[in-house]
Design a protein around this ligand. Structure first.
Ligand code: CP
Ligand code: NVA
Length: 312
């Protein structure tokens, strides 16, 4: 597949223009259609895609493997615990070696600087499958889902509740690029990363987006087109302070009662995995507004588009 994005790393959506992101979503929609009619789309026959995951994953791991397989590529899982990086081999050596074997490397890890270091030492594309800072693949699937259910080119209000971490950051980035309103409900003391805030401030000035932090759940959900929930205790650092977070975040929940102020036809989204009884209720995820499994499916279509567009 010819593409202007060939060879590009996919480390954060902050590196891409609005037009480039629209291009990825258009190709994702095309792939979804091809998949629906079981039409072959093997644009990467014979390529090898490495998957290095240092945190648990169901959706990202399996959807990338399926996407690679549909494209005719071979996905290989790299277990970091049995690689020499676990014994202290420098990333710059590991990266240059993997670059000789793979056509792309998909990484889930902790610091954003880790994916950046791999990218610095590899010629082949490096794709961020979640860091503490961002989750660009989730952001793409979220945007695709919003377009499918709420239309593109509209001003959308998102009422978000949950950890101010990778998923929230990527949704803030998307919202700022596409001129959305995003209200983030959270208890005092939980704030976004400065790198994301600086980007979002600058981008919002140009796009007319409005990104607001509030302690008031009702303000966040009022007239929302999209209610988005995410865990209170993400993998890594936040998970280690789970008990404190369960206390601090109590009540910051998407439930049937508190979402009554949202638009009548609002959609409920969640990146998953979700915790019923914490950031959301069983009734809302299983209810008529929920599109969470469409959203999860879209992970595969958007990742397929990214692979087809960036892998040389
Ligand atoms: N949403 C998401 O990235 O899920 P996994 O952690 O299962 O990959
Ligand atoms: N914010 C969550 C997302 C999981 C897909 C985490 O990092 O654990």
């Amino acid at each position: 597949m010819r593409s202007v994005l060939k060879g590009r790393d996919f480390l954060t959506l902050m590196d891409f223009t609005r037009e480039e992101i629209e291009y990825v979503i258009d190709v994702s929609l095309e792939f979804k259609m091809l998949y629906g009619v079981r039409a072959p789309h093997e644009y990467l026959r014979g390529r090898v895609i490495g998957l290095l995951f240092e945190k648990p994953s169901t959706r990202t791991r399996v959807s990338f493997m399926a996407a690679a397989a549909h494209l005719g590529a071979i996905p290989i899982q790299l277990n970091p615990n049995v690689m020499q990086v676990a014994r202290g081999e420098p990333i710059k050596d590991t990266a240059r070696v993997l670059d000789r074997y793979l056509d792309a490397l998909v990484i889930r890890t902790f610091g954003q600087e880790i994916v950046e270091e791999y990218a610095e030492w590899m010629e082949r594309p490096v794709i961020n499958a979640l860091t503490d800072l961002t989750h660009p693949m989730q952001g793409l699937a979220d945007l695709m889902t919003i377009w499918e259910f709420k239309g593109r080119g509209r001003r959308i209000k998102i009422g978000y509740v949950g950890d101010i971490w990778n998923v929230c950051h990527s949704l803030m980035i998307i919202s700022s690029i596409f001129g959305y309103e995003m209200y983030i409900a959270r208890p005092k003391g939980y704030d976004a990363d400065k790198r994301v805030l600086d980007f979002v401030d600058e981008m919002s000035r140009r796009s007319g987006a409005n990104i607001v932090f509030t302690e008031d759940l009702e303000e966040a959900f009022k007239d929302a087109d999209v209610v988005y929930a995410n865990t209170w205790h993400s993998m890594g650092g936040p998970e280690a302070e789970k008990d404190k977070r369960l206390r601090d975040w109590a009540g910051y929940q998407a439930n049937e009662e508190d979402t009554k102020v949202a638009k009548e036809d609002f959609i409920f989204m969640h990146c998953l995995p979700g915790y019923r009884g914490e950031e959301m209720t069983d009734a809302i995820i299983e209810g008529p507004h929920s599109v969470v499994f469409h959203q999860a499916e879209n992970r595969m279509h958007t990742e397929k588009a990214v692979l087809a567009l960036v892998v040389p």
